[in-house]
Design a protein around this ligand. Structure first.
Ligand code: GDP
Ligand code: IMO
Ligand code: MG
Length: 423
């Protein structure tokens, strides 16, 4: 039984898409298990950039199957746009993309509710991507949701109308106006349902049971990051799903003992998009320098990402609850020009120095305590092995390993799928 999980360990955008794409030739199936089109996963190869939101990042492989697991929330409109972009590349993938029947559908009014909820929160807003994620998961756990498989039931239209009307009543509770042409969005939504007919719909339990029984290797692709997990992240500034390893079992329907490896990804520094606590954030020119060097703008919303130094207490916490067995360090090349690199090794709060997170980072501001390491001030372009990396770059990697007690087995040195060092 062999499932390898690839997860972000920070606040998203760690480079999951790139790593999944690069590793996918060693797997027969790539599966997304949670999240939805709030994700933006960037793949770069042959000089071209591709951004995926719902479709797994194994889709550009030659033979891999790709599954959108039932833990995902799916918007037929965004999926249709994604499919149109893929079609333009000439890729042949219809027979390789599978969708779980129990995937929950994002309705136009879910997006409308997301926007109204955020507008009503004002300065306290989550900074949601406004893709309707929170309201859709609320309907799922509230037992009101509509699933892909429900589309073929005679009761579907009545259930759709009931849910939409309930949403419209709820909207009246928010004392804000949101600019939204519901009729046009509904027309687009129903039109987009046709896209779903192109792909095989499966019961993911039987589908994956069969794959596992036949010895197929499966790569589970996380979206968002551990610190955005609804249970363990910086609540309430989180997303609405379990982004870490626990989400693989519920989002795909596989047993925990089928998971053999958990690859946790961290940038060599840290970013966050949207609101919420970020202890190592740099609001100065160093933060601006990181944003420029790392092109830190959201792949889904285009928003500038907040930037700061790597936060090892947060990383160690994420490693603990995700069961990370090996680390991947991405975007280390972004630090090439820095003469000094800082890493937060502990926090101080309540007059105590500790490497543990408080109950609530929002209400317990922490002071990060930094260690400073020398930079390497050279390009990594010609480095294809760990030994070829500049000594100070190796030192940074070893220091992260010492603090986390987990080996860094993959180092990413650029956006392209080939810019990868394996140890
Ligand atoms: P994801 O959501 O985790 O898949 O990450 P995103 O695609 O949202 O953001 C990561 C960004 O960094 C993308 O623009 C990638 O092309 C880029 N990227 C990934 N790995 C590296 C790397 O090692 N170095 C550099 N410079 N860019 C990278
Ligand atoms: P990938 O998979 C970074 C953030 C939003 C917001 C919070 C809640 O590309 O790493 P939501 O739309 O889920 O209600 O937003 O979570 N967020 C992400 N940040 N990368 C993502 O995905 C994200 N998906 C959601 O910015 O702060
Ligand atoms: Mg992203």
């Amino acid at each position: 039984m062999s499932i390898t999980v690839v997860l972000g360990l920070q606040w998203g955008d760690e480079g999951k898409g790139k790593i999944v794409d690069a590793l996918s030739p060693s797997f027969e199936l790539v599966a997304r298990f949670q999240g939805g089109p709030n994700a933006g996963h960037t793949l770069v190869f042959n000089g071209k950039k591709h951004v995926l939101h719902t479709i797994p990042s194994g889709i550009f492989g030659e033979s891999q199957k790709n599954l959108i697991g039932h833990g995902v929330v799916l918007d037929p409109i965004t999926l249709t746009k994604e499919v149109q972009k893929l079609d333009e590349t000439g890729l042949d993938y219809d027979h390789r993309l599978f969708i779980a029947q129990k995937v929950h559908l994002i309705l136009p009014t879910h997006r409308l509710l997301d926007a109204a909820s955020e507008a009503a929160k004002g300065r306290q807003k989550i900074g949601s991507t406004l893709k309707g994620i929170g309201p859709t998961y609320m309907d799922k756990t509230g037992r009101n949701g509509l699933r892909l498989g429900d589309l073929s039931l005679p009761s579907f239209m009545q259930r759709y109308r009931n849910l939409r009307d309930k949403h419209l009543s709820l909207l009246k509770l928010y004392k804000t106006d949101v600019d939204f042409d519901l009729q046009a969005e509904e027309d687009r939504w129903f039109e987009s349902l046709k896209t779903l007919e192109r792909f095989q719909q499966v019961d993911s339990v039987y589908f994956l049971k069969d794959q596992l029984a036949r010895g197929k290797r499966i790569l589970a692709e996380g979206a968002q990051g551990a610190m955005l997990d609804v249970d363990f992240g910086t609540y309430p500034f989180v997303t609405s799903s379990n982004t870490a390893t626990a989400g693989v079992c519920t989002g795909l329907g596989v047993p925990p003992q089928a998971i053999s490896e958990v690859i946790g990804i961290s940038k060599a520094y840290c970013t966050r998009v949207g609101s919420g606590p970020f202890p190592t954030e740099l609001k100065d020119e160093t933060g601006e320098r990181l944003r420029k060097a790392g092109h830190e703008f959201g792949a889904t919303t285009g928003r500038p990402r907040r930037c700061g130094w790597i936060d090892l207490p947060a990383l160690k916490y994420a490693i603990a609850f995700s069961g990370t067995t090996q680390l991947t360090l991405t975007k280390i090349d972004v630090l090439n020009e820095f003469d000094e690199i800082k890493i937060a090794t502990a926090y101080r709060y309540n007059n105590k120095k500790t490497d543990q997170l408080p109950f609530d980072l929002t209400h317990t501001p922490v002071e990060p305590l930094f260690e400073t390491l020398p930079g390497w001030q050279s390009s990594l372009d010609n480095c294809s092995s760990f030994d070829e990396l500049p000594p100070n770059c190796q030192r940074l990697i070893r220091t992260i390993e010492q603090h986390t007690n987990v080996n860094v087995k993959i180092i990413s040195t650029g956006p392209d799928r080939n810019k990868l060092i394996k140890r």
